[in-house]
Design a protein around this ligand. Structure first.
Ligand SMILES: [Zn+2]
Length: 191
């Protein structure tokens, strides 16, 4: 049995034909896949709807922003753009552009997917953390995953959304805002 870092040279060509994880295969996997991360914060204010992952969550406050301020979707977009080596959402969708006022962030996510595909990549899976002290988000997570998966054309199992509080600490803990982190894996398009 060969260790995964040894070259086995059983393959006539570099690939998975011999079924072993030889060095050549591992090196190739490294050049096929791309990873990116995104981070976003929005302030919580009265008189705004709370939209997270394209889902309206009933709450007395909402996130402040030029678009619908969907902090979770914004972090995801920056992860996808970062993985493709593209400029971030601040440059793609400037907040001084009136066409993006009140924009549906799921539509912007669709635009990000188009940009990523233009670079020859397609998402493999994404993982998102949303930090909010209140309200409780667990009941809305399945709907968020489904909406994001629909836009990205991925199975729901490839779209993870994990809510967390910050145990009352920091700006999230005192309810001044929400933060989100996302990572995204891109794979080359097969055609
Ligand atoms: Zn944002």
């Amino acid at each position: 049995m060969l260790a995964p870092w040894d070259s086995c040279f059983d393959c006539a060509t570099i690939g998975l034909s011999c079924g072993r994880l030889c060095k050549a295969v591992l090196l190739n996997l490294g050049s096929w896949m791309r990873i990116g991360m995104g981070y976003d914060v929005h302030r919580l204010v009265e008189g705004r709807r709370l939209i997270l992952g394209g889902v309206e969550v009933p709450f007395e406050k909402g996130l402040l922003g030029h678009s619908d301020a969907d902090v979770l979707t914004h972090a995801l977009m920056d992860a996808l753009l970062g993985a493709a080596g593209l400029p971030d959402i601040g440059q793609q969708f400037p907040d001084n552009d009136p066409t993006h006022a009140g924009a549906d962030s799921l539509k912007l996510l669709g635009e990000v997917l188009r940009l990523v595909k233009k670079e020859g990549y397609t998402p493999g899976n994404v993982d998102i953390v949303i930090a909010a002290q209140e309200p409780k988000l667990a009941a809305y997570i399945p709907a968020m995953r489904e909406k994001l998966a629909n836009v990205l054309d991925l199975p729901v199992s490839a779209v993870s959304v994990k809510p967390t509080t910050t145990e009352g600490l920091g700006f999230v803990g005192i309810g001044a805002g929400m933060a989100a982190w996302a990572v995204a894996l891109l794979e080359p398009m097969s055609d």
